[in-house]
Each structure stands twice: as structure tokens, then as C-alpha cells.
Design a protein around this ligand. Structure first.
Ligand code: PMP
Length: 352
């Protein structure tokens, strides 16, 4: 830290992203990326993209991309906000709508408290129930900015739409962010509710189900007035937040829905297979609707399993937070990758 850092950032604990190893080949099951490439049409577009045009600034309105998404999701372009990864939207939402503070579960996406700290927003972390589910009653009449990841991360558990609606209707004067980073793997989207609730912001990403984590593209749906507020923040920070290549790839992706649906179906199938195998080995596996599972064993600690798998060049995600330190979050890869994982876990347990 330099002596120049502003006082309010000195104690800020930055978010730690999952490892992106550079030392050779790993079975990489630690950051919830898709094991599949983008659709052939998308790959093809990249191959023949007009690189010469990169000398020009990109379209700050990303109008073509917005139109493609509007068509796919049957909304108006004015109901869509785009950003450089969905983390940016969550950050902008924290900046824009946290006037009365923020609320989120104790076990959820680790970036929410970081954004709150970054902007000096007082926040409350509400413990998940004993079984790691969100109790919607805990969020009634909070009158603060609420973040709900649905499915939740790192648990993978879902909250039914009726519970989301209860949270929305009992907090009419504050924004409720429903973070749907993992919704395409079996969750239920809150998108239809944007017409009914002007306080709902539904946040999505291309990083998981759309095989584009490296291109950085997030999008959100909401009432036009909320989108206008987010645009104000965007135009006050970086008007060109979506680069031309990502915008072109994103628009093409929206035209290849069948391809991505099929990949999500396969991932969900492999998820159930993996959960079954781990359960057979004595693991407790939380019921997940995401592209990862959250699992613990009473034969090996969460940390030891993480380290032993890493020695075998398999990366999973371990969190040190007391309540979840016995668990590991395992991204669902291909069936072949999961078989390698399952065999390695079997060996690790046998060695003990
Ligand atoms: N929300 C949740 C719940 C996540 O797990 C992630 C991935 N780390 C994100 C948002 C952010 O994803 P991205 O910025 O890649 O769109």
C-alpha cells in the first residue's frame, strides 16, 4: 500500500477471484466457467471480425446487442442494461440504490460485501437457515437495497418465484437485485416480474451458460426508470464499457439459443450424475440448480480435499469462512472431467 491511498480504502478487503493457473494443465472446476466452447457461429464471427474497425470507438449504446437480447427475452431495449461483466452491474447498483443501506445473506456471492465496503454502505448480512436456504421472511420490510443470488452461490440452492415476489412486494421503496448468474442451469427467472415491480433488477451474465467469461459481458433487466439510473452511472464512469468485439459476439450468441440450451441441459445432467456419485461416497451435497455443486465429506476436511485435488491438478473452490469451511464448490465440467474428479476423490478418501 502506498502512502497516497485515501483513508476510506485502507481497510477495504478486495475480492479474491478464483485461481487462474498458469502452471500447466488443470481440470479446472473452480470458477464456474462452461466446459464448452461458444457456438460455432460465434467462433466463426470472431475469426472473421473486422479487426480494422477496432481503431474506432465502439457504440456506447450497444444498440445491436440490446436489440438481439430484447428480441430473445421479449422485452424492450429500454429495459436492458449492459456492462463489462455482471460484477459491474452489481457495483453500479450498490452505488446507485444503497441510500438506506444494503442487505444480503451471510453465505452468498462474496463480492456484495466488497462493493458495500468500497462505497461506504452500511450492510446487514442475514444468516441463511440451518439448511442453507434463504428465508424470505427475513427480508420483509427491510427498506434497504437487497441482493439475492438465485440460484445462490456457492450453495446452488434456489428460491421460488413466490418468495422473490414476497420480498419485492414488502419492500416497495427499495431496489431488490436478483442475481441470476446461474439461472440457465435449472432456476426460475424473475424476469416476468419486471412489468409488475419497478423495484426489481434482474442481473445476468454471459460468463457461465454462454461460454464467454473471458469476453466480459453482463446484462440486466428492469423497469425503464431503473435502467436510466444505471445508464447515468455508466456514462459517469465509462461510456464505452462494452468493447466492439464483445458486443458483436454477444449479439451473435443471442441468435444461437438452441446451442446454449442444449449445453445447459448436458451440464445439468452431469451435475446430477456427479452429485449422485459423491453422495454414494458419503458426501453431503446441497441440492443445486447451478453449474456447480457444494459438497462436504466427513472423511476429509474441505481444505485437505481442496489441497489434495490440487496436487492432482484438479482445481475446485474452497472458502475459509467458518460456516462453509468444510465444503468445496465444484464446477460441473464435462462428464470426462467429472469422472477424473470422482476417481481422484475416491483415491484420496481411500488413502486416509
Ligand atoms: N454473480 C454471481 C453470483 C457470481 O458467482 C458471479 C461470478 N463470479 C458473478 C455474479 C459475476 O460474473 P461476471 O462478472 O463474470 O459476469
Amino acid at each position: 500500500m502506498s502512502r497516497f491511498l485515501k483513508e476510506n480504502y485502507i481497510k477495504l478487503e478486495a475480492y479474491t477471484p478464483g485461481e487462474q493457473p498458469k502452471d500447466g494443465e488443470y481440470v479446472k472446476l473452480n470458477t464456474n466457467e462452461s466446459p464448452f466452447p461458444p457456438a460455432p457461429e460465434v467462433v466463426n464471427l470472431l475469426n472473421c471480425s473486422d479487426i480494422e474497425r477496432l481503431r474506432l470507438y465502439c457504440d456506447p449504446t450497444s444498440s445491436k446487442l440490446k436489440e438481439s437480447l430484447a428480441q430473445l427475452y421479449s422485452v424492450k431495449p429500454q429495459n436492458i442494461f449492459l456492462s463489462n461483466g455482471s460484477d459491474d452491474i452489481l457495483n453500479f447498483a450498490m452505488m446507485a440504490f444503497s441510500g438506506k443501506g444494503a442487505v444480503f445473506p451471510d453465505i452468498t456471492y462474496g463480492f456484495y460485501p466488497v462493493f458495500a465496503e468500497l462505497h461506504g454502505v452500511p450492510f446487514e448480512e442475514i444468516p441463511l437457515d440451518e439448511d442453507f436456504s434463504v428465508n424470505p421472511n427475513d427480508y420483509k420490510n427491510k427498506n434497504k437495497l437487497i441482493f439475492i443470488a438465485n440460484p445462490n452461490a456457492p450453495t446452488g440452492k434456489v428460491l421460488p418465484l413466490c418468495d422473490i415476489e414476497e420480498i419485492l412486494s414488502t419492500n416497495p421503496d427499495s431496489v431488490v437485485v436478483v442475481d441470476e448468474a446461474y439461472v440457465d442451469f435449472g432456476g426460475e427467472t424473475s424476469l416476468p416480474l419486471i412489468d409488475k415491480y419497478d423495484n426489481l433488477l434482474v442481473v445476468r451474465t454471459y460468463s457461465k451458460s454462454r461460454s464467454m467469461a473471458g469476453a466480459r459481458l453482463g446484462y440486466a433487466f428492469a423497469d425503464e426508470s431503473l435502467i436510466e439510473d444505471l445508464e447515468k452511472i455508466k456514462y459517469s464512469t465509462n461510456p464505452y464499457n462494452i468493447n466492439s468485439l464483445t458486443a458483436a459476439l454477444g449479439a451473435k450468441t443471442a441468435e444461437c439459443e438452441d446451442y446454449y440450451r442444449e449445453k445447459c441441459r448436458v451440464i445439468a445432467e452431469v451435475r446430477e450424475y456427479t452429485a449422485e456419485k459423491l453422495t454414494e461416497m458419503g458426501f453431503e451435497v446441497l441440492p443445486s440448480k447451478a453449474n456447480f455443486i457444494f459438497a462436504k465429506s466427513d472423511k476429509v476436511s474441505g481444505e485437505e480435499l481442496y489441497l489434495k485435488l490440487k496436487e492432482r491438478k484438479i482445481l475446485v473452490r474452497h472458502f475459509t469462512k467458518e460456516r462453509i469451511k468444510d465444503f468445496n464448490r465444484i464446477t460441473i465440467g464435462t462428464k470426462e472431467q467429472m469422472d477424473i474428479l470422482i476417481e481422484s476423490i475416491r483415491e484420496i478418501i481411500k488413502e486416509k
